[in-house]
Design a protein. Sequence first.
Length: 271
Amino acid sequence: MKKLLIFTDLHLKDPGETIIGLDPMERFQQGLMHAVAHHPDAARIILTGDLTHYGRTTQFERLKVALGDCPIPVSLMLGNHDSRKGFHNVFPDEPRTAEGFVQQAIDMDGYCLILMDTLDEPAEDLHSGFLCEHRLAWLDQALSEASDRKVIVFTHHPPMLTGFDGMDSIALRNRLDLISRLRKHPQSVQVISGHIHRTISGQVDGIPVSMFKSPCHQMPMCLGPADVHSSVDEPGAYGLILLHPEGPIIHTEDYALTGDLNVDTHGSEHA
């Protein structure tokens, strides 16, 4: 049973720059070290977008250095804070479509992992996402080639509303176009996303969706019309997916907690 590790919303900045007093690079390196130490058997690490905070070439270069010694294969995706030009300058060999979208399909252990590019750089709704016809046509082909395999689709912007009104206002604008395509696939489909900076699960028209927290800053647990720019210092996290034959098993790891193992000596006693 293969294992995937998922990081999202790194928001790497230039040296010395912080977010609410937190160093995004320090937080990501802490998480990456934890993941590699505790899950050296992972088949792949997937970074689901917002790799950088401003999309600068210098910030992508910092990411490349941070990943340089990682012993686990890494796949990269883009989010609304990234830029394709800066990304391609630093990662020219990362898979992309003929139109330059950072998308790829990976066959693994009876699954097809489909990584989508929801970045919409000219978006009028700043930071919202979109899947144009080129990207959706590519997805149609990837789903067709997946045949009877289970599918996990990775997007930065989730195809699901979350109850955080501010974040829902910068959602994937044509999310139901994605869902309608996924519902046609003959095998099970799971969507994994980021963008919200919280651990969330739900479904859209029968398609399950899971989201993970950032290694750095998190969205406060204030549902409704909270400011989209509000952030809180909570433990960083990454996701862990087991590719079980019956369907994916999804965990999340808050790695900034102590993690000390203790034995509950009362656990075996009768009440």
